[in-house]
Design a protein around this ligand. Structure first.
Ligand code: MLC
Ligand code: AMP
Length: 505
């Protein structure tokens, strides 16, 4: 029967001694080296009695071994569940419990803290460190570099990615093999990736962008990646002449343009710059073209759907738009109240349908039903319009969401924590413009009658519970929150009041 995900992304490279990963220390791993590593890990996983369909929760640094663990899960029919390395133990506990993970893979430094959480639900725990060392690789070393892929169909689950929600509870988006494959193979064609490409890879690999877009596209095309642990301006400037393409969030591009060492000459060998995960300002697009002669190709996607739209490779890449729906993706703009399709040009809710759209939220049938229509259309929560030439414009969000440096932050999750703090009556968390991250988090607190909340103490609690990127950059005290006649907090007024807090001077 085969295993489509493994066969079409990984297995196609069996025996190839062509480069796959160029590492910062100058080492190169061939496709064949990588597949050997993956097969050893797959043998180790099966040796731990993991069964197809089991979840493997992974919070580790970016390394070739982490990618090999992803390949091993595909090969062994396990569901890969990557987690942001910034998540605290408090946050991880929920993901491990909610997913019912059978194995937790973490950095050695977190092993002691996570062991009781894993044990509480009979999950095994293994370690994998940034340098590739750890108990998982020790087990894998003793294994054979060959593994017969477990039979799977395209409809089988391949990965869970947790995405926060407007209620503050994270939901596990269930992605099938078909979701990942259809998108990867489509993007290879749309963006013209070939085995000659070398992608400068500086994104994290625990989200859609770095894993299912960047990595899967390179795998499906047989190209290579210059595989960097994170975005470091010096590394990017040094290595760009060896690359053909870059995928990044808008912060990558504003940081590149922030100094004068990023020049036309440096970008000369590049074929393609792609941006997504957050809005790229038209101004950045224009500055980039003026500096390098390249027009950034902006695309739009999300955890639940992978990529939905893209600016064209050959035609006009229109600044401030996210391009056209991908060939196998249907996109419509609907009235958020009635769900009726709106006339072309009007602003409404973006809905999408296609082989890229996920299967639903893990064990949350009501949430799935609320966002995924029976006819297959997914209600994205993004507000947009389609212009007369068919380009999709994202004009706002119907969901209360902040995107900071490409990471999604749901205010509700932070408000629930702030509301619980001593001396706090209620809170509102908003996103305000930030020169580096696009948006950043501002917390507004209303003190309980006659009390003065201890802001330092509150920040300490926030730090111990929530990942660093979710922390409010500032807490402000206000006597009351602005409300409309229905009693709803008017966040738009707050956003307007504080819009210059981080951008002035
Ligand atoms: C890091 N910090 C952040 C942050 N990243 N704070 C807010 N928002 C972020 N995105 C924290 C750090 O912990 C640090 O804390 C401080 O802010 C400054 O860090 P830095 O050194 O400037 O950050 P850096 O490590 O350079 O990271 C910035 C970044 C990174 C933009 C390069 O966040 C990044 O790679 N973002 C990409 C996210 C991504 O892949 N999103 C895709 C989601 S998928 P301290 O304590 O030092 O002050 C998706 C679907 C789709 O959305 O369409 O693609
Ligand atoms: P996530 O839930 O992390 O997958 O984030 C998905 C969200 O990021 C989308 O619903 C959009 O709001 C936003 N997004 C992704 N790409 C773009 C883009 N090119 N322009 C504007 N917003 C984007």
């Amino acid at each position: 029967m085969g295993n489509p995900l493994y066969d079409r992304l990984f297995g196609i490279h069996a025996g190839k001694n062509t480069p796959f990963l160029h590492l910062p220390d100058g080492q190169t791993l061939t496709h064949s080296d990588f597949l050997d590593m993956a097969a050893r890990i797959a043998n180790a996983l099966v040796g731990m009695q993991l069964e197809p369909g089991d979840r493997v929760a992974v919070q580790v640094e970016k390394s070739p071994e982490t990618l090999a663990l992803y390949a091993a899960c595909a090969q062994a029919g396990l569901i890969f569940l990557p987690l942001n390395t910034a998540y605290t133990t408090h946050e991880l506990t929920y993901f491990i419990e909610n997913s019912g993970a059978s194995l937790v893979v973490c950095d050695s430094t977190n092993e002691a803290e996570l062991t009781p959480i894993a044990q509480a639900q009979n999950a095994k725990i293994e370690t994998l460190n940034a340098d590739g060392s750890g108990s998982l690789t020790r087990r894998a070393l003793g294994m054979l570099p060959a593994f017969e892929p477990v039979s799977r169909t395209e409809d089988d689950l391949a990965a869970f990615l947790y995405t926060s929600g407007t209620t503050g509870r994270s939901k596990g988006a269930m992605l099938t093999q078909a979701n990942l494959l259809s998108n990867a193979e489509m993007l290879v064609r749309e963006w013209r990736f070939t085995s000659d490409d070398a992608l400068l890879h500086a994104l994290p690999i625990f989200h859609t962008h770095g894993l299912f877009v960047a990595t899967n596209v390179v795998l499906a095309s047989g190209g290579s990646m210059i595989f960097l642990p994170k975005f470091d301006l010096e590394d990017i400037l040094r290595l760009m002449p060896q690359a053909t393409s870059l995928m990044g969030v808008p912060t990558f591009y504003t940081r590149l343009l922030g100094g004068d060492r990023f020049t036309k000459e440096l970008a000369q060998h590049m074929r393609l710059f792609i941006s997504g995960s957050a809005p790229l300002l038209a101004e950045t697009h224009e500055q980039f073209e003026a500096r390098t002669g390249h027009r950034i190709l902006e695309r739009y996607g999300m955890t639940e759907t992978n990529m939905n739209t893209s600016n064209p490779y050959d035609g006009e890449r229109r600044a401030g738009t996210v391009g056209f729906p991908l060939p196998d993706v249907e996109l419509k703009v609907t009235d958020p109240e009635t769900g009726e399709t709106l006339p072309q040009g009007e602003i409404g809710m973006i809905e999408v349908r296609g082989p890229n759209v996920f299967k639903g939220y893990w064990q949350m049938p009501e949430k799935t039903a609320a966002e995924l229509r029976e006819n297959g259309f997914f209600i994205t929560g993004d507000l947009g319009r389609v212009d007369e030439d068919g380009y999709v414009h994202i004009v706002g969000r119907g969901k209360d969401l902040i995107i900071s440096g490409g990471y999604n932050i749901y205010p509700k999750e932070i408000e629930l924590l702030l509301d619980d703090q001593p001396g706090v009556l209620e809170s509102a968390v908003i996103g305000v413009p930030h020169p580096d991250f696009g948006e950043t988090v501002l917390g507004i607190l209303v003190p309980a009658n006659g009390e003065t909340p201890d802001l330092e103490q509150i920040m300490q609690t926030v730090q111990s519970d929530l990942a660093r990127f979710k922390h409010p950059r500032k807490l402000i005290l206000l006597d009351e929150l602005p409300r409309n006649t229905m009693g709803k907090v008017q966040k738009n007024l707050l956003r307007d009041t504080y819009k210059d807090l981080f951008t002035d001077g």
